[in-house]
Design a protein around this ligand. Structure first.
Ligand SMILES: [Zn+2]
Length: 322
């Protein structure tokens, strides 16, 4: 059975504006008098790049992952007040070429901020001309998924017949876990559920399944919305510290949405800073593969077919791939 990672990122050189990492650099610099943001920024920017995806695919091979769904994110002017050196149009070309170079291994997505003029045209070009597999990752920052401003984008996705991937982790960008757990936070899964109700033809991935605080509400909110699936990326953070808890969560998700609507995902990033020995992708795959054997000691049962579905078959059928 194929192993499919439904959520990962590859960045080319110059895809991220410096402003993207500025907050993170400032936070780290504040920890020591000898560090300044300018010392840290170049290292942050350089560590994530992979110009052709070869290094990323090598990392998949080591982990036993057959296919990965690669996200694009528009983190330019509309969100960070600064354009990246490489334009959004060029980035779309990059993901088209990446998908061709690694045919059958990488399925890339297109993402263009709705505040850009002609963004719908650019999204259409990505899907129609470059054959990109979906729209995403969309990070609700300055909008909510159920807002009127982004409705045309979701109508377009439904029309084109491609899934959208929407971030539902409480923290956004370089803030991992977030602080506002109320529904006022635009990344709260409730907004995605409302959107899913409005457009039942739209296929939606709830990226990160509400990590860390909304894990249950994410599944409850979409339980009776069959156009939505959960992706388990970022939960690998608790792989070492709390495997029993992870198994309990998976079992709860299964009873709320069914194992056929849970997708294996990692949020694996490209670049030397994240791949090779620094990547836990192989251990994350093994956790799912060994689920039938390991769940029992925590009081749960998973069948081998359920593990296989989550590890790959679900993503392929959701994307109409075989
Ligand atoms: Zn995300």
């Amino acid at each position: 059975m194929p192993v499919v990672d439904s959520h990962a990122h590859i960045w080319g050189e110059g895809f991220l504006p410096r402003a993207f990492f500025r907050r993170a650099a400032e936070r780290w610099a504040a920890k020591s008098d000898e560090r300044t943001p300018d010392m840290i920024l170049p290292r942050l920017l350089a560590g994530v790049e992979d110009q052709n995806g070869d290094d990323f695919v090598e990392n998949m091979n080591r982990a036993g992952v057959d296919r990965s769904f690669i996200m694009m994110i528009d983190v330019g002017e509309p969100v960070f007040g600064e354009e990246p050196p490489v334009s959004i149009d060029q980035q779309i070309e990059f993901y088209g070429a990446l998908q061709k170079r690694h045919k059958g291994r990488l399925h890339c997505h297109v993402s263009v901020d709705f505040r850009r003029s002609n963004y719908l045209e650019a999204l259409k070009r990505g899907v129609r001309d470059h054959g990109l597999a979906g729209i995403g990752e969309l990070t609700p920052d300055g909008f909510a998924a159920d807002g009127e401003s982004v409705r045309p984008m979701f109508k377009l996705a439904a029309e084109l017949g491609v899934p959208v991937q929407i971030h539902t982790r409480a923290g956004v960008w370089t803030d991992f876990a977030g602080a506002d757990y109320s529904e006022k936070n635009p990344v709260h899964p409730i907004h995605v559920a409302r959107l899913a109700k409005e457009i039942p033809d739209l296929k939606i991935v709830l990226c990160h399944a509400g990590f860390p605080h909304w894990w249950q509400v994410a599944a409850e909110a979409v339980a009776d919305l069959p156009n939505c699936v959960l992706d388990v990326s970022n939960w690998n953070e608790q792989l070492e510290s709390d495997p029993g808890n992870l198994i309990a969560r998976l079992a709860t998700w299964r009873s709320l949405v069914g194992s056929e609507r849970i997708l294996f995902a990692s949020d694996q990033a490209s670049g030397k800073r994240f791949t090779g020995d620094r990547s836990d992708l192989g251990r994350w795959v093994a956790f799912f593969r060994d689920l039938p054997a390991n769940a029992e000691k925590w009081g749960y049962r998973f069948r081998a077919e359920e593990a296989e579905q989550m590890l790959g078959a679900n993503a392929l059928s959701f994307y109409n791939l075989s």
